[in-house]
Design a protein around this ligand. Structure first.
Ligand code: MF3
Ligand code: CO
Ligand code: CO
Length: 257
């Protein structure tokens, strides 16, 4: 176990930048007619070419290198020969494991021309993640993050998924603490310099309830309405935070032009 904050941050920075760059590459192949397996192959190859491993592959029986969650899929969609259609929205979630450390990030993509309501959901979800990140300062608490996200999302008429949360990350893919995307100001543990965790709100157009399909992975909205998600891996610094999974190309949210 390493106890050195700057070394831990440097390793997470490397893993995070591979995950982010994989998502940058995904941008260029998303279009109607491709399969989610093609996205998976790109992620597998990109991560391997960067001397890293894809953390999802063989994780608890998962057999792909990324998650691809379309439309009413909330998270953990499994890449397959399923074809993307014009008007779909899709989340691609990538986790690189490099020199023993993880970097985890996801973004939404538009497939061709997307409805106004889908675009609004995607934009609010991105802004919600950033509002959760921006309240971070030393001695703020985990509840402040959830509160910032929930307040903003509900003001905009959408709901925050309760069944999945962000997580501590480092030498393990998922570790304590759980990062809830809803909550009360001041609740929960205080943020301390050196903590590394993800913020990855899943935001639904309708009710927040989910159910998991028979494959044991794919989580969908109970009401079959749309869901969106973005994810960054961040670290708590002396005076705020560092985002380890920023796009080097400024590809933050769609449309990626
Ligand atoms: N990347 C997801 C997360 O944000 C976890 C995926 S686990 C998998 O935590 F096995 F489905 F890949
Ligand atoms: Co995550
Ligand atoms: Co992820």
């Amino acid at each position: 176990m390493s106890n050195n904050i700057s070394e831990n941050f440097e390793k997470t920075r490397k893993a995070g930048s591979i995950a982010a760059s994989a998502l940058d590459e995904v941008t260029s192949i998303i279009k109607p007619g491709i399969s989610t397996n093609e996205i998976d192959e790109l992620c597998y190859n990109f991560i391997n070419d960067n001397d890293a491993y894809s953390a999802p592959l063989y994780y608890r029986g998962f057999n792909k290198s990324c998650c691809t969650s379309t439309n009413h899929v909330v998270c953990h969609g499994v890449p397959s020969d399923k074809i993307l259609n014009d008007g779909d929205i899709i989340n691609v979630d990538v986790t690189a494991f490099k020199d023993g450390w993880h970097g985890d990030s996801s973004r939404m993509f538009y497939v061709g021309d997307v409805s106004v309501k889908a675009k609004k959901l995607v934009k609010i979800t991105y802004q919600a993640m950033m509002k959760g990140i921006e309240v971070i300062k030393k001695n703020s608490s985990l509840g402040d993050i959830g509160h910032a996200i929930q307040t903003f999302v509900e003001q905009n008429g959408f709901s925050v998924v309760r069944d999945f949360c962000g997580h501590g990350i480092g030498e393990s893919f998922h570790k304590e603490p759980n990062i809830l995307h809803y909550g009360k100001k001041g609740d929960g543990p205080k943020l301390k310099e050196g903590m590394i965790f993800t913020i990855e709100p899943m935001i639904n157009e309708g009710i927040y309830d989910t159910k998991t399909l028979n494959d044991g992975w794919t989580a969908v909205t109970k009401d079959k309405k749309l869901s969106a998600q973005f994810e960054h891996t961040i670290g708590i610094t002396n005076d705020g935070y560092e985002i380890f999974t920023l796009s080097k190309k400024g590809l933050n949210f769609p449309p990626y032009k």
